[in-house]
Design a protein around this ligand. Structure first.
Ligand SMILES: Cc1cc2nc3c(=O)[nH]c(=O)nc-3n(C[C@H](O)[C@H](O)[C@H](O)COP(=O)(O)OP(=O)(O)OC[C@H]3O[C@@H](n4cnc5c(N)ncnc54)[C@H](O)[C@@H]3O)c2cc1C
Ligand code: FES
Length: 352
């Protein structure tokens, strides 16, 4: 069964199956609604329901509060229609957005590599037509035996959409990532949908581009940096990668080679808990501290992209704001899970 959804202020009407979310139906049919986590946690996809009733489904009570539900708001990434509905969404025109419709993909696992003790690189060769995505975007991966998809950012360059690389950190107590780490093998088949998200390079801003990744949050920045350098971007590009010890730092050789080849690219890894036996001579402390040391005069007119665990993102936003870079120049991809409800309540974190 399907219902009709009208999206204001653009006035377009589409069909939405009863098992489909508003966001899924819109992104498949060329209507680009704002979204980020895709899982009812961040609140980015909040829309007003002007007419009709929706089922709020799995919306977190922090991302969509009770008073907001009573005020007729819903989360497009969770809400399903129970009748014909009219919604109003804030559809900003972002000149860097390509609005690529999401599709379903099936793929074969061609390679699995231990990048660190708790992060695996997983390569998926797509059956049929390659995926088109903007570097920084993510896919929703279905893990057999686990209810609901899991979000993973694409770590490879968009130049090759026939095979994508994912970097998957094993989450203690998680349902899907331990399965991916312990049972997935080369030759297995997986399915995913995508591309999702608004975390992509804002080339139109020009100037210095700063990428900050924490842990497996190197995935999106890796794709974005590769794409910028491959396409001949000649303004400064910085990549800051935060890890605990030397064993947790991955793709160091790749980025050191790129820094040697490209005069405009600088790579700054920082270890928060280096082992004395590591012989580490580089930056130490948290990644936002290394960032501050690299830019003593602040970040005015630059563009920063932050990707990874919520505590790292929150600390880095504060550093950037103290250095005169504000909302319009900061873009984030928060690797939110059900464990992050406390973070979602923070005002500075919610705003960006
Ligand atoms: C846009 C986006 C992109 C991402 N990209 C990447 C990436 O490139 N690489 C990567 O490694 N990760 C990425 N992540 C994070 C990744 O999606 C999660 O780590 C993954 O979904 C966890 O799956 P899981 O089944 O193993 O854990 P889950 O079973 O989902 O559990 C995750 C954690 O939350 C806890 N938890 C679950 N539900 C609740 C609850 N209701 N209350 C309190 N605690 C709860 C669990 O105990 C566990 O600690 C991304 C996330 C987002 C939103
Ligand atoms: S995209 Fe819907 S809550 Fe995050």
């Amino acid at each position: 069964m399907a219902f009709r959804l009208t999206v204001e202020p653009i006035g377009e009407t589409i069909e939405v199956r009863e098992d489909q979310t508003i966001l899924d139906a819109c992104l498949r049919q060329g209507i680009w609604l704002p979204h980020a986590c895709g899982h009812g946690l961040c609140g980015t996809c909040k829309v007003d329901v002007l007419e009709g009733e929706v089922d709020h489904a799995d919306a977190s009570s922090f991302a969509l509060m009770d008073f907001e539900r009573e005020d007729g708001k819903t989360l497009a990434c969770c809400a399903r229609l129970t009748e014909d509905v009219v919604i109003e969404a804030e559809i900003d025109e972002d000149e860097d957005a390509e609005h690529i419709p999401i599709r379903d993909f099936s793929a074969t696992v061609t390679r699995i590599v231990d990048l660190t003790p708790d992060i695996k690189g997983i390569w998926l060769a797509i059956d049929g037509e390659p995926i088109r995505f903007q570097p920084g975007q993510y896919v929703n991966l279905t893990v057999p035996g686990v209810e609901g998809p899991r979000a993973f950012s694409i770590a490879s360059s968009p130049q090759d959409g026939a095979t994508i690389e994912l970097n998957v950190r094993k989450v203690p107590g998680g349902k899907a990532t331990p399965l991916l780490h312990e049972t997935l093998k080369e030759g297995d088949h997986l399915s995913f949908t995508g591309p999702y998200g608004q975390f992509f390079t804002r080339r139109s801003r020009g100037g210095t581009q700063i990428f900050v990744g924490g842990g497996s949050g190197l995935s999106s920045p890796k794709s974005m940096v590769l794409d910028l350098l491959e396409s001949g971007w000649d303004e400064p590009v910085y990549l800051f990668h935060g890890a605990r010890g030397l064993k947790d730092l991955y793709y160091r050789d790749l980025f050191e080679t790129l820094a040697a080849e490209h005069g405009n690219f600088r790579y700054v890894p920082a270890l928060s808990e280096p082992d004395p036996g590591d012989g580490w001579q580089g930056e130490t402390g948290f990644i936002h501290e290394a960032l501050q040391r690299a830019f003593p005069d602040g970040f005015a007119d630059m563009t920063a992209y932050l990707c990874g665990p919520p505590p790292m993102i929150e600390a880095t936003i504060r550093t950037l704001m103290r250095g005169f870079l504000f909302e319009e120049g900061i873009f984030t991809e928060k690797f939110l899970t059900g464990a992050d409800e406390d973070r979602i309540k923070s005002p500075v974190f919610r705003r960006i």
